[in-house]
Design a binder for this molecule. Structure first.
Ligand code: HEC
Length: 154
């Protein structure tokens, strides 16, 4: 009986090496620190609240509330430069696509603020739907991989 069949031997050696590698990696890379959320997340949360205010304003026909919050969405703050650099490095050639989604949100929020200033309820509702679509388009395209990259999870 062959104890060390050549294939078995190779397999065993491979297993030993890979388990050694895994052990070395575990030492070399201690469990990653939980990442600080990006400033972008805070900006997004604020926009989420602005959208709730807009929905509330529509129900009350409080067009001023709608206009104010639409302008806050349109002119939402930008992350600090250091974070922008990280985001740009991550997106690389997709950056222009990411930016065009952002511009779409900005432009649609402006339209919405104008419809609210005109007190045109039906236009407000239709612009609001377009605005939500602009948020969703970017989220569907970019959010998951973005979070995987920056936080290592979904
Ligand atoms: C250009 C792309 C883009 C657009 C446009 C966009 N978002 Fe986001 N949004 C993101 C990304 C990327 C994240 C993930 C950020 C993170 O987790 O750090 C996110 C996350 C969020 C979150 C979750 C925050 C949390 O606590 O996890 C909310 C709420 C949100 N966005 C609201 C909005 C609203 C409302 C709009 C439209 C008015 C909008 N976003 C438009 C890219 C976008």
């Amino acid at each position: 009986m062959k104890i060390f069949h050549p294939n078995r031997l190779i397999l065993t050696i491979a297993m030993i090496i890979s388990s050694q590698l895994a052990a070395t990696e575990a030492i070399a890379q201690p469990a990653a620190e939980p990442e600080e959320p990006l400033v972008l997340r805070k900006i997004m949360q604020d926009m989420g609240r602005n959208m709730q205010q807009i929905a509330d304003g529509i129900s009350r026909e409080d067009w001023q509330l709608v206009e104010k919050n639409a302008l806050l969405v349109a002119d939402h703050p930008q992350p600090p430069l250091s974070e922008k650099v990280r985001i740009m490095a991550y997106f690389n050639t997709d950056m222009s696509k990411f930016k065009s989604h952002d511009k779409k949100t900005h432009d649609t929020a402006r339209l919405l603020s104008q419809s609210a200033a005109d007190r045109d309820g039906f236009a407000v509702i239709s612009d609001f739907a377009s605005l939500q679509q602009s948020c969703l388009s970017c989220h569907q395209r970019f959010r998951k991989p973005f979070q995987q990259h920056f936080y290592g999870k979904n």
